[in-house]
Design a protein around this ligand. Structure first.
Ligand SMILES: N[C@@H](CCC(=O)N[C@@H](CS)C(=O)NCC(=O)O)C(=O)O
Length: 222
């Protein structure tokens, strides 16, 4: 059976978790606590970059959440979560990449930086730009690039759902708010939603991991 290495607090793992549930794929989950399990030799042999999520299916290992989503889509094609028309497929990819490259790093800044810092204000401004862009890209469709749930909704939906908990409300973006509410009504999204208490724990873990990453980078620069 497919093995899924994850932690319920991890947004990157949630992308995969949601896809497994939406596609009703049988899987065995392996909990990785991000306070050290990821650095154990057994796990490093599976992912030398010490990140979750990881999937091992029929002995085949995939790391990187977006690669895992593509693998799942191709291996388990029903229900289809990637449109086939060139423009729609490009829309899905674009939204996934904009989430990973433009939105998610700013979400981390909102958690890590102090609220009165210029970095915090810049992160909020950049998030606004992304939300405007997403509103235009969604247009009057139900989901990104489709009338059915796509892998773009999974990736963007996970990130956007964190925003209200970080003080960015979606009131100025009513289409996105409706879209996000549509997602949250789905059983898979309700099942994988973290409690307020878990979210506080996630924020503490992010702060530790960002500090560690910056420390490592500084050491590397010496
Ligand atoms: N680009 C990777 C990022 C994965 C990632 O950063 N995972 C975090 C949890 S959300 C992690 O495992 N951090 C542990 C660490 O850095 O040691 C992906 O999309 O899968």
């Amino acid at each position: 059976m497919l093995k899924f290495y994850y932690n319920p607090l991890s947004p990157n793992a949630r992308r995969v978790w949601l896809t497994l549930l939406e596609k009703e794929i049988d899987f065995e989950s392996v909990l990785i606590n991000l306070d050290g399990d990821q650095l154990q030799p057994d796990f490093l042999a599976i992912n030398p970059f010490h990140h979750i999520p990881v999937v091992v299916d029929d002995g085949f290992r995939v790391v990187e959440s977006l690669a895992i989503l593509d693998y799942l889509e191709n291996k388990y094609p029903t229900p289809a979560m990637l449109p086939t028309k060139p423009q729609d497929l490009a829309t899905v990819r674009m939204v996934q990449m904009v989430t990973a490259n433009e939105l998610f790093p700013q979400v981390i800044s909102l958690i890590y930086e102090s609220e009165d810092s210029p970095q915090f204000a810049q992160a909020k401004q950049h998030i606004d730009k992304v939300l405007k862009f997403f509103t235009g890209t969604l247009g009057d469709r139900t989901f990104f690039g489709s009338e059915q749930l796509t892998l773009a909704d999974i990736v963007a939906g996970v990130a956007v759902s964190l925003l209200p908990r970080l003080g960015v409300n979606l009131n100025d973006y009513p289409q996105l708010q409706d879209w996000s509410e549509r997602l949250m009504q789905r059983p898979a999204w309700q099942k994988t939603e973290s409690s307020a208490e878990d979210f506080e724990q996630f924020k503490r873990r992010v702060k530790v991991l960002v500090k560690l990453r910056r420390h490592k980078l500084n050491q590397g620069n010496k």
